[in-house]
Write a protein that binds this ligand. Structure first.
Ligand SMILES: O=C(O)CCC(=O)c1ccccc1C(=O)O
Ligand SMILES: [Mg+2]
Length: 331
């Protein structure tokens, strides 16, 4: 489904939300919000993505704002705490922002850090969460196969639930999965699902034990559900560091999955210093609700992006809409 660009532009608001801590190298998260007949929706591909890659994110925004959400299997979602590459002495305060979460996902393998930094951060999280906490790590493809083998071996004593995208390519994932098989730590694919031409290739290659799925880059809730069904692997839903509106899209995806055995990366409203809803999709008792959020006009105004950034996003919306229209014509 494609909505007229004039209609999209008419309802568009652009916000710039300050983050609590640096994440993916940014300190402010920009997002374009739209209001469709079904409710508020979000278009927020990362600024460095080109229009072709952003097209799936726009398809997702339209799907969520203009079409009804699929039937739900659950009405709240257990979420993980997301731990950015912070110093160990900040871990306890960070975890306190995710009340009730029994799982933490820790970012590792940052280019400006060492394995010793990762070990210290993971140790601090294990100490804060206790033996019952579940700990997973996300390398965002930052290791080659040898580095990954070494790092996973060093971090395994902290008891890892899984390792997300240890290496960049599907071939490397397959290799590290074989090399670490004896440690019995599942390998999850994230970028190898959402940033490749074929989201099913990693499953077909047998290169991952589970898939991390994000609603926006996978073209929306319906598309993501179809990918999981076809992949035949367990899935965990995660955010793209969205506003509460994008998080609600992720919550409906998680709610509609027939099986959900992992806590989801949808607690990231806790990493924002400001949000667009007066009742944000915040973590309570380790869970978020599956519901649409109401955007607050005052908050839209208060956190409105500067005029030149608003223009940039509206231009991007128009270009991406053209790319999406072209792509669907070719189908
Ligand atoms: O999964 C989570 O805990 C939070 C979301 C997250 O980590 C993320 C957020 C923005 C961009 C990439 C990623 C990622 O999973 O790699
Ligand atoms: Mg990831």
């Amino acid at each position: 489904m494609i909505v007229d660009i004039a209609e999209l532009r008419r309802t568009a608001h652009v916000v710039a939300l300050p983050l609590l801590t640096r994440f993916r190298g940014i300190e402010v998260r920009e997002a374009l919000l739209l209001r469709g007949p079904e409710g508020w929706t979000e278009f927020s591909p990362f600024v460095e993505y080109d229009d072709e890659e952003a097209a799936a994110w726009l398809a997702a925004a339209i799907d969520f704002g203009w079409r009804q959400t699929p039937a739900l299997h659950r009405d709240s979602i257990a979420v993980n705490a997301t731990v950015p590459t912070i110093d160990p002495d900040r871990v306890a305060d960070l975890l306190a922002r995710f009340p009730g979460a029994r799982t933490a996902k820790i970012k590792v393998a940052a280019s400006d850090e060492t394995l010793a930094d990762d070990v210290a951060r993971v140790r601090a999280v294990r100490e804060a969460m206790g033996a019952d906490g579940r700990i997973r790590i996300d390398a965002n493809g930052g290791w080659n196969v040898d580095e990954a083998e070494h790092a996973i071996h060093a971090l395994a004593p902290f008891d890892l639930e899984y390792v997300e995208q240890p290496c960049a390519s599907i071939a490397e994932l397959a290799e590290i999965r074989e090399r670490t098989h004896y440690m019995d730590i599942p390998i999850a694919a994230d970028e190898s699902v959402r940033r490749v031409d074929d989201p099913l290739a990693v499953a077909r290659a047998g290169a991952a034990d589970l898939l991390v799925i994000k609603a926006q880059p996978l073209g929306g809730i319906r598309n993501a559900l179809a990918i999981v069904a076809e992949a035949g692997l367990p899935a965990v839903v995660s955010s793209a560091l969205d506003t509460s509106v994008g998080l609600s899209m992720g919550a409906f995806l998680a709610g509609a999955l027939p099986a959900l055995d992992f806590d989801c990366g949808l607690g990231t409203a806790s990493l924002l210093r400001a949000d667009v809803a007066s009742r944000p999709l915040a973590v309570e008792d380790g869970r978020i609700r599956v519901e649409r959020v109401d955007v607050d006009a005052d908050l839209l105004e208060r956190w409105a992006a500067p005029p030149e950034r608003r223009e940039w996003w509206l231009d991007r919306l128009t270009r991406t809409h053209a790319a999406l229209t072209e792509a669907s014509a070719g189908e």
